[in-house]
Design a protein around this ligand. Structure first.
Ligand SMILES: Nc1ncnc2c1ncn2[C@@H]1O[C@H](COP(=O)(O)OP(=O)(O)OP(=O)(O)O)[C@@H](O)[C@H]1O
Length: 537
């Protein structure tokens, strides 16, 4: 038995991608919401992948383009999640792949800090290592340029420098060294040998069989998402080379046919197939083991899909927002709309909001005021304005009454009694009682709905309007007498003369002189107060 500690253990791993045939935004939106579309096609990039990697091992991952190598390294580094199965990782993982985890708009230096912080290093530790990382990367002044301006070799240099200085337990190198220049690759290889000698675990994804042979203790050969073989390089590499030769020798048409058939198998795959494969191989499994495996196969769902619970929650929130929107546009309150949804939709939703209605009424009234005012003299306009203002408030009152009385009911509020309601509405207690024959009015409860007699209500509104007009009239009289009082004296302003004052107020000069016998009107000064006669000429 191998005494070395397991560093990576993968069991019955699968990875399913949804393929969308078009870039249709409708399809994209559906996919994000977790709704499957008819056009959607499943593609199993990994199928039933199981292996173990132990402490200090360097394992190579090989296979044709599209075999699933990067998908596997991304699952192990935690960048994407598997669809089914289990991955056990014991230690810190760092991945270097072309573009892996680089922020394109940040500079090389900023990316170093970001990746190091993500690995749990402190700013002080990063500052101490920053110069070493930059020197190792050989990027010189380009370290302060945005990564989006780097060549693929420069990105690989930066990624590799960051990784070796992070000193992780498990290193995943995905084709990153194939793009660097020879000097850098040699330097990086030496560094990786040092790591391997320190007993660290390395997963190396490569098409270069020489490097795989030179470095790896074991090799995983992936073929169209499946593990075709797993073993020592001296056994696996010749098998793979033989297969590669066979494939390359096929006529183009045959190559295409082979690829299409394999891809079709990847599209037709399902968890059911996986279960059949697993249990066929594991006929000798104990019942307990079968249950454990079965659970593992169901456990991980696609992370980009919403669970049923999340879908319900999202739908509920959306409906809630729509409901609140409708309530804000209607004449009902949220509580009313929830308590009486049917009447909310049939009666309240399509009625104008009272506040909106009130606004229109006031605007109309203002327009009326303006027309009337322009036709009358100033003193009358003051009074008229007061009267109209009062009528506006009657309009407001009426709108408010209409709001309360809309339909035929009134909702009892805290502190209401039958008497107070009757009083407020300008009705008699008997009016209300006769409109609600079955109701016991000895006790009225907040929230209780009572009917209001329609005719009496109109009467009440009329009464209210009349009394408001009466109030306006008396206010107008009061305003006139106030004006008379004000006009008994006049304070002389700059530019006034006895003649101009007499003209302005409709008196003769003699009348003013007679009212002010003590005043010498040959000179009058601004600020001087003079009496005005009691009546006009
Ligand atoms: N996000 C995705 N959506 C749909 N299909 C995907 C996605 N990512 C990868 N695939 C598909 O999964 C399969 C495996 O891809 P992967 O990149 O793992 O292959 P690979 O072995 O690393 O290839 P290469 O040697 O060319 O790098 C491919 O057929 C690829 O088209």
């Amino acid at each position: 038995m191998n005494s070395k500690k397991v560093k990576i253990k993968a069991e019955y791993l699968t990875k399913k991608f949804e393929l969308l045939p078009t870039k249709d935004t409708k399809n994209k939106a559906k996919s994000l919401a977790g709704v499957s579309t008819q056009d959607e096609q499943e593609f199993w990039a990994l199928r039933n992948v199981s292996f173990e990697i132990r402490d200090g091992e360097c394992v190579g991952v090989i296979g044709l383009n599209g075999a699933g190598k990067s998908t596997l390294s991304n699952i192990i580094s935690g960048q994407i999640s598997q669809t089914t199965g289990k991955v056990e990782i014991n230690g810190d993982v760092s991945i270097i792949a072309a573009n892996a985890g680089m922020q394109k708009n940040l500079s090389g230096r900023e990316n170093i800090r970001l990746k190091a912080l993500m690995m749990g290093m402190t700013n002080k530790e990063i500052d101490e290592k920053m110069d070493d990382i930059i020197n190792f990367s050989e990027l010189g002044p380009f370290i302060d340029q945005p990564v989006k301006t780097y060549s693929s070799g420069m990105k690989a240099k930066l990624g590799f420098s960051i990784m070796v200085h992070q000193n992780p337990d498990i290193m995943i190198v995905d084709e990153a060294l194939s793009v660097g220049d020879k000097t850098f690759v040699d330097k990086s290889k030496n560094k990786m040998f040092e790591f391997r000698d320190e007993g660290k675990t390395i997963l190396l994804v490569s098409h270069d069989m020489r490097t795989i042979k030179e470095w790896c203790d074991r090799v995983i050969w992936l073929n169209y998402g499946e593990v075709k073989a797993y073993g020592p390089p001296e056994k696996i590499i010749p098998e793979y080379n033989k297969f590669s030769k066979w494939f390359k020798k096929l006529p183009k048409k045959e190559q295409k046919k082979y690829k299409d058939e394999q891809r079709q198998v990847q599209m037709d795959y399902s968890v059911k197939n996986l279960e059949t494969e697993v249990f066929k191989k594991g006929l000798s499994m104990s019942r307990k083991e079968r249950i454990r495996v079965s659970e593992g196969l169901k456990k991980n769902k696609d992370s980009h899909r919403l669970s049923l619970g999340s879908k319900v929650l999202v739908t509920f929130c959306l409906l809630g927002f729509i409901w609140l929107g409708l309530v804000s546009l209607s004449s009902a309150t949220v509580v009313e709309s929830v308590a009486h949804p049917v009447s909310f939709f049939t009666e309240k939703m399509f009625k104008e909001k009272p506040a909106f209605k009130k606004q229109i009424k006031i605007t109309e009234q203002k327009g009326k005021d303006n027309t009337e005012n322009s036709a009358k003299n100033n003193s009358i306009s003051v009074v008229n304005k007061q009267e109209h203002k009062t009528e506006s408030s009657v309009a407001n009152d009426t709108a408010q009454t209409a709001k309360q009385d809309r339909g035929t009911s009134y909702t009892v509020k805290v502190g209401d009694s039958l008497g107070s309601i009757a009083n407020d509405k300008g009705l008699s207690v008997e009016d209300i009682q006769s409109e609600n024959p079955g109701v016991d009015f000895s006790v009225v409860n907040p929230g209780q709905k009572i009917k209001l007699p329609a005719s009496a209500r109109e009467k009440a509104q009329k009464n209210k309007k009349t009394s408001a007009k009466g109030q306006a009239k008396s206010k107008s009289t009061a305003a006139s007498s106030a004006k008379e009082k004000i006009e008994k004296t006049y304070t002389v302003k700059t530019g006034d003369s006895i003649g101009s004052i007499a003209d302005d107020f409709g008196f003769s000069v003699e009348q003013i002189e007679a009212e002010n016998p003590e005043v010498d009107f040959s000179v009058i000064n601004p600020g001087q107060v003079i009496k005005l006669p009691g009546s006009n000429k």
